[in-house]
Design a protein around this ligand. Structure first.
Ligand code: SIN
Ligand code: CO
Length: 387
């Protein structure tokens, strides 16, 4: 709790949520007083050369930053030549999914455990030399912008003018009017709700910013995904019925009775808590498109059980596990385990690990076949083999 208090400017998570979460920006000086970052620019560039994590290089010409062709965006993976060819200023490297490759980024994320995992997007890290940044923009995310090394000037605005620079290769506001600005130093953090316009500019040559992002899914996205889930897993297939049909004089008309009958049919779509709960747990636990799991070395169930008792088990950094009312989902798949395993599954889902002492107990027995299967598919690892 003490950590959460520093992190949130002396506010408890409940106070932060009541006053700021999804409502207004909050600048937190010294949110993590000793924070200097988790990696240096060379290590970040190294990860951007690794195809597993999405990386972008964004470059602009300061004299033409108001026009679309003043901006250039390249997608990774990169190689050394891409970096040596860069100018001294006005570019930035962004690497997403850092929590999937860096245990320290996963640990950083765990400081935000007072926010549901289902809302989590990822940890992104940026590096920029002086003047670098991605231009003024809005995000559809709640984001905590934590400054690592160096300094960044943040300008923000609650403006409603969301016009974009035409034909720019990324979404940049063409009429940004700054209302507040601060220079963030290592350990300072800025919380922004979705749709607050912001513009971060590196103040020196080693500026690294950590964006801890929480997705705020659009109603349209959820509806499309839910209907797709219904399509795959059994929509009610009752036939259209009109036993009260009266003879019509305008047969080409789609009349109001037909509209009402179809509305009745659609109301029978399973928009109920019982279907939406498992759908959300499944959907939000699904891995992002770039995620690939590497199966672990084969071990018999017996051998696995012995090693589990000695070592304990940890989730792969890319694994996501969520639950709804006793139904568990891991990486978008339903967990096939007996109900008595629920307390352990709960602990595993929340802490991402089970200590050896727990794995020696009777309660783990019912989960052994499932844990073994998860181990083989690379969703979890024996603790010393943590990815
Ligand atoms: C950055 O770190 O440069 C960009 C973060 C953001 O504006 O969302
Ligand atoms: Co942003």
């Amino acid at each position: 709790m003490q950590q959460a208090l520093t992190l949130l400017n002396g506010l408890t998570p409940a106070q932060f949520m009541a006053e700021y979460w999804q409502k207004k920006p909050l600048l937190i000086r010294g949110a993590m007083p000793d924070f200097q970052g988790l990696l240096d620019p060379e290590e970040l560039a190294g990860l951007a050369c690794d195809s597993e994590v999405p990386a972008r290089l964004i470059q602009f010409d300061p004299d033409r930053a108001q026009t679309g062709d003043g901006w250039q965006v390249r997608q990774g993976p990169f190689d050394d030549d891409d970096f040596t060819a860069l100018p001294a200023q006005y570019w930035t490297l962004l690497v997403q999914g850092m929590n999937h490759v860096l245990p320290e980024a996963q640990a950083l994320l765990s400081l935000f455990n007072f926010i549901p995992t289902a809302r989590l997007d990822d940890v992104m890290v940026s590096y920029a030399p002086t003047g670098g940044g991605v231009g003024p923009h809005i995000d559809s995310y709640d984001v905590f912008l934590l400054q690592g090394a160096g300094k960044r000037r943040w300008r923000i605005s609650q403006q409603t003018d969301l016009r974009l620079i035409p034909e720019a290769p990324l979404r940049i506001l063409s009429h940004f009017v700054s209302e507040q600005e601060w220079v963030l130093e290592p350990g300072d953090m800025l919380y922004l709700p979705p749709n607050v316009a912001h513009w971060g500019i590196a103040e020196d040559d080693d500026c690294m910013t950590y964006s801890i992002g929480f997705r705020a899914p659009a109603a349209r996205e959820l509806a499309i995904e839910f209907l797709d889930e219904c399509r795959q897993n059994g929509l009610p297939d009752a036939l259209y019925r009109d036993p009260d049909l009266q003879p019509v004089v305008d047969p080409a008309e789609v009349d109001v009775n037909m509209v009402n009958n179809v509305a009745d049919m659609l109301r029978r779509l399973p928009w109920q808590t019982e279907q939406l709960g498992p759908f959300l747990a499944k959907y939000f636990s699904e891995p992002k498109a770039y995620v690939v799991f590497s199966p672990n070395r084969k071990l018999s169930l017996e051998k696995f059980s012995q090693r589990l008792a000695q070592q304990g088990v940890v989730m792969d950094l890319q694994t996501q596990m969520l639950h709804w009312q006793g139904q568990y989902f891991i990486n978008g798949e339903s967990v096939q385990a007996p109900a008595e395993g629920a307390p352990l599954l709960n602990a595993f889902a929340n802490h991402r690990q089970l200590e050896p002492a727990i794995c020696q107990g009777e309660t783990v027995v019912s989960l052994l076949p499932w844990l073994h299967e998860m181990y083989l598919s690379g969703y979890v690892h024996l603790a010393e083999n943590a990815a």
